[in-house]
Design a protein around this ligand. Structure first.
Ligand SMILES: Cc1cc2nc3c(=O)[nH]c(=O)nc-3n(C[C@H](O)[C@H](O)[C@H](O)COP(=O)(O)O)c2cc1C
Length: 323
């Protein structure tokens, strides 16, 4: 397997097996439009042969924001600005997928003004924010927000969307038994905790149609002792793949303090054993030798990276040189 060969990943054409994982630039305008600085970031990545670029997280809701300068995808009026971005990347022969997020209590730039929704009204141990417990109407509304944002991304020319279901944003909170302490049909068992994520995925899929690439980023751990288990994660991934999700990026909330290579390798390999959809391994992936070993020894064939591209937008060339 040549990692530098062009390929398809989850319905998206890729110049190689390397993906730029979503990386918040914090450079959008205050009302969520992409700026020239952001266009330059993506142009630079596309010129430097990144296989697929995933944008920074773009908010689907107008009532919350994780940072003051976060991308948004909550209005049709944003579409022309994003068209400039997708045209720029496509002109360089690249592909670009938009990451869509509902952040909730994970991070809020303006918590006093934000509507902060969550599976349960429990203080977030990281941010200290306490969300309002969602009722079924809130859930239907949020699923609709994701669906409409995905349609906008498709109209703007993105090659696909990635639903953010990791890093303790709203969807990952539903999956986690620590954040989700509901006693109704949306909490408790693995099946119940998954139900809202399934509804969001189904809404997005229904809105963009069967052929449009829909990916998801999932946690293999939420970082808590009694939290999301590996078995939960594998089951969630299987369910989504069975419903037609096109690719799963594996991430998590327990990063080692000391560098240990690709720290979610085992979880990603186990998931890839169970599903046909491609699995993207992200987190600490750095060396082409390690990636080649993982490719040879498992069904994981795609690699996501964030920080390497921050330091070196030409990271792919550097990998090629080291091959
Ligand atoms: C500055 C910065 C911003 C990030 N922004 C996002 C984001 O918008 N969405 C997301 O899912 N992950 C985000 N991440 C996490 C990365 O996508 C990735 O999962 C993590 O950094 C591990 O990969 P790495 O070891 O290659 O950096 C961000 C990471 C960094 C360093």
């Amino acid at each position: 397997m040549d990692l530098f060969e062009s390929t398809m990943i989850g319905g998206v054409s890729a110049r190689n097996h390397f993906i730029r994982s979503a990386t918040a630039e914090g450079k959008a305008t205050e009302d969520g439009f992409p700026t020239e600085t952001i266009r330059q970031v993506y142009l630079n990545l596309a010129r430097n042969e990144v296989g697929v670029i995933i944008t920074s997280l773009a908010s689907v809701a107008d009532y919350e924001k994780s940072s003051g300068y976060q991308l948004m995808m909550d209005r049709d009026g944003l579409i022309p600005a994003y068209q400039e971005i997708t045209e720029t990347v496509h002109a360089e022969g690249g592909s670009i997928v938009m990451q869509l997020v509902h952040g909730s209590s994970s991070a809020q730039a303006f918590p006093e003004q934000a509507k902060i929704l969550g599976p349960s009204s429990i203080r977030n141990p990281i941010s200290g924010l306490v969300p309002r417990q969602m009722d079924v109407d809130d859930m239907a509304e949020v699923a609709g927000l994701f669906a409409r944002a995905a349609v906008r991304a498709k109209r703007a020319g993105f090659d696909g969307v990635q639903i953010h279901g990791a890093h303790s944003c709203l969807l990952s909170q539903f999956l986690s038994p620590v954040f989700n302490q509901r006693t109704d049909a949306f909490g408790g068992s693995r099946e119940n905790r998954f139900r809202f994520v399934r509804e969001v995925y189904d809404a997005v899929r229904g809105a963009v149609g069967p052929a449009y690439p829909v990916w998801m980023k999932l946690d293999c751990t939420d970082g808590f002792e009694n939290g999301l288990s590996t078995e939960d994660f594998l089951w969630n991934g299987e369910q989504l793949a069975m419903r037609g999700l096109d690719a799963i990026e594996v991430s998590g909330m327990r990063q080692p303090r000391v560098y240990k290579g690709a720290y979610y390798r085992e979880a990603a390999e186990r998931l890839a054993e169970r599903i046909n959809a491609p699995v993207i391994l992200t987190g600490g992936v750095r060396s082409v030798e390690d990636m080649q070993v993982i490719c040879a020894e498992s069904r994981v064939q795609f690699f996501g990276m964030s920080r390497p591209f921050l330091a070196h937008p030409d990271y792919i060339t550097r990998l090629k040189d080291k091959r």
